[in-house]
Every structure is written in structure tokens, then in C-alpha cells.
Design a protein around this ligand. Sequence first.
Ligand SMILES: Cc1cc2nc3c(=O)[nH]c(=O)nc-3n(C[C@H](O)[C@H](O)[C@H](O)COP(=O)(O)OP(=O)(O)OC[C@H]3O[C@@H](n4cnc5c(N)ncnc54)[C@H](O)[C@@H]3O)c2cc1C
Length: 485
Amino acid sequence: MIKETDVLIIGAGAVGCAIARELSVYGRRITVLEKEADAGFGASGRNSGVVHAGFNNPSGSLKAALCREGNRGFEKLASDLGIGFLRTGKLVVGNTERDLESLTRLKIQGERNEIDELEILDEEEIRRREPALRGKYALWSGRTGIFDPFEYTLALAEDAASGGVRFLFGHEVKSLRREQDGIRVLAETSAGDPAEFLSGIVINAAGVGSARIFRMTGKDTYRVLPCRGEYHLLEKGSFGSIGRPVYPVPDPEKGVLGIHLTPTLHGNLMIGPSAEFTEDPEDMANTAPVMEELLAGARYLLGEDCSFRLIRSFSGIRPRIVEKDGTPVTDFRMEEDPDLPGMIHLLGIESPGITASVPIAKRVAGMLREDGSQPQDRLLTERDRSRFPRVKEAAGGRMICRCETVTEGEILQAVENARKLGALPTMKGIKNRCRASMGSCQGGFCTLDISRLLKDKAGIPTDRLTYDGPGSELFTGVLKGGEDQ
Ligand SMILES: Cc1cc2nc3c(=O)[nH]c(=O)nc-3n(C[C@H](O)[C@H](O)[C@H](O)COP(=O)(O)OP(=O)(O)OC[C@H]3O[C@@H](n4cnc5c(N)ncnc54)[C@H](O)[C@@H]3O)c2cc1C
């Protein structure tokens, strides 16, 4: 049976969720199709978590304008969504006269982009602000901040769901075509069943999968070149105190910001990301040579005698887009298909895409309104958010994850929130919601306790518990003693 909807969004990353939330004020039927088991499993949960200021992007670009807008509105957005955000400032550090020239050029570009609080610092001032840092010159950006990208993406999704948006997880879009009364979208569920939808408007917010969706319309204008960024995550307090993101001078040839150090809101430090092109847009491996490269990048900023206690490595994929003839697309592309009215593609949404996610959503909302105007923020600010309580508010019961001090109550609230969103409760989704198993033991001590709790109090049989969806079952067989877990 074909399901009808007014707006169909492909992808539950920060961009798809922000669009769903923005459009939810119109009271139309909005459906989000996501191939993964939960929101934020793509690039939106695999990045540096930096709210960029906007000085790195060429003046006049959409990236510069939407990043600045996202940055300026972030305090208000974080307060509306009830999530954490810290305006820490950031340092871009160099050592040579050439670096100083690059930093000065970045500052000029930033000023052209109307970014405030940019300043060139000397060695003494660098040390005063970040005593552990090496470097002779730095560009200081007072507008940069940090946030938790899992918390952010899930809060956008929950807010959209509170506004009536329907999320269907485990639904991978396979094809689409124009019909007389709308666009017909064919998806396949994670159980292998077909699911058909008919919608007047379809928004392609599929991140690294967006070029594939674009090709489903019969055109080959764009190709995606997946560019993987690998990270190390350090144990809390394992390296002195770096209080703000610290970057090297970017190499314009590579088109990325370089291996940097980013503190998280929770007290960890991240080193990364690298930049390597991969064949497979889903290949999120961590590789030995890059692991070494990341440590070398950190030592460049902190000195050779540094040592780090690593607890985990992970990676994310940038959806780098090129035109058919190989010409790089360096800006965000947001366009309606002239041959398929109602079909909107968002392509090349790489950094600063998460900073810019709400401004991108507002632009999309404007594209859909005849007068081009954007919806009123007031309606979103005043939304009733009681349906998805913050997990911390549910603290209570036994302590299950000792590294991150997460209780039974928080884990069960995480499961309930996932279910209300329509997501499959998975270990990764629980971790992203309440941080259970995110600490120094990485679940070594608490995974069994979590699985027992889920079996006894959330009705999730142990042999059905997955890390991030079907195919990633955590337990098989029978344990010693004959117990089925
Ligand atoms: C290494 C790295 C570091 C970054 N650092 C920052 C930073 O510090 N600050 C910043 O602002 N930005 C940063 N970014 C960029 C930012 O993460 C992205 O721009 C942003 O997350 C893009 O969001 P999205 O929703 O477009 O994509 P995604 O989060 O990837 O979401 C797309 C979703 O579409 C789904 N999907 C794909 N194909 C299909 C299909 N056929 N059917 C159904 N669903 C489908 C995917 O499963 C995915 O969940 C970084 C990116 C990377 C990779």
C-alpha cells in the first residue's frame, strides 16, 4: 500500500532533522525516511562538534553566510532545545612567517564575512590562554564554540517529532520517480520489505548518500568523493587541560582544516580528523598509518614529549562532491530539480554543515513558500517539549555505567525516548542519548549490566540486542551455566 505524505525527507542527520523541525510548524504531514536504526548515525554523529565562526569559508559563499547565521543563533537554539553549548573560543596556531601571513589572510577573510572577535596573538598571549600549546603566532576566534553533536541531532529529531513529524527508521530509499500526483519513492526496510510513498515534496538530505539519490532522478551531474576523517578520543583528564579547539594553519590544497584538538563538553579531548579519499562512502575504518599521523598532528601542537591515553578511535565521512567533469563543488548546493518539481537536493553538505544546519533548514523552508519567507521562530521556541524528557532528569536506581555515572533510570529513559521517536533501541543509540559505555572502559564493565537491564525492564531479549541495528547483534549462543545471556 502506498503511504501518502506532504513532505518526505530522506535522511535523519542534523540537516534532515532540522528541516523536519522547521517545517513541522506548518501542520503538514511530514515523514522522514532513514536507512539506519536511529537518528545521527551518519556524519552528524561523527564530527568535531565545533560550532564554527565562519572565517574559514570564502566570502560570498553560502557556507560563510549560513555558518555565521548558525553561529550567531546557537545560544538561543541550544536553550530552546535544552542542550549543552559552550562558547570557548578557538586558536589557529602557526610557527613560521608564512603561517603568520596565512593567519592574517584568514582574519581578513573573517572580517569580510562579518565575523567578530578575531585577533592575531603572539607567543606570550598564546601561552597565557593555553599554557600547554606550542606556537609562535595564532589567530584567536572568540565566536567559536563546542557542543555535543549526538545530543544536538537527537534533540532536533525529538523536537520535530513533538511537532508531529513521523520518523521511519530502517527505511533505505532505493528509487524515485515522477507521477501525476507527486513523487513516488520506493524504500526497502531493514527486514527486506518494500515500502512505497507518494509525496508532493521530497527533500534529499542524505549526506554522503545524496549524490546517489540525485542519480535516482536519472541525472549524473554530480559524483561523490567520500573523504574519511579519522579521530582518536582521549580519556578524560588524560592530557592537562585544553579548554578550547586548537587548529594548525589549514593547508588550502587539501581543503580541510587539518588535524586539530577539540575538547568535548564532557571533558575528553579529540585528536583529528585526518583526510583520506575512500572508494566506499560507508567505509568508516580506522587505519594504522592514520593513527600515527593523528598523534604526530597532536605533537605538532603540543610538543614532542606528549603522551596520550586513548580510549577509542572513530571516523566520519565528508560528502565531497565533484561535477561530472571532475570540477570540485566547494560550496553547499541547495537546488530544486527543474525537471522534477518538488524535488529538492542538498549536496556537498560538509563542514560547517552541522553549525549551519538550522539556517540550511530555514532556506529550504523559504524555498517551499511562495513568498520565500521563513517560518517564525516563535512557534518553535514555544513548543511543548515534555514528550521527550532529558535523560538526566530520569536519574535514579542503580549506577550502571561507572565511568560516566549513568544510572538505570537514565538508560531506561534513553530507551523510551528512542522508542517514542520510532527508533530501534540499540547500544549505540542508548550511548548517544545517555553516555552509558562512552567512558574509559568503553563498555568493558557495563555492557553485561546494560543488557540485563534491557532484558528485565525494557523487554529487549539479549539475543536481539544490537550495537547499531540488524546485523550487529552483540550476543549469540548460550553462556556458561546455561543462562541465555
Ligand atoms: C570528520 C568530520 C568533521 C566535521 N566537523 C564538523 C564540525 O566540527 N562542525 C561542523 O559544523 N560540521 C562538521 N562536519 C560536517 C557535519 O558533520 C556535516 O556537514 C553534517 O553532519 C551533515 O549533516 P547531514 O544531515 O547532511 O548528513 P548525515 O548526518 O550524514 O545524515 C544523512 C543521513 O542520510 C541517511 N541516508 C543516506 N542515504 C540514504 C537512503 N538512501 N535512504 C535513507 N536514508 C539515507 C544516512 O544514513 C544519514 O543518517 C564534519 C564532518 C566530518 C565528516
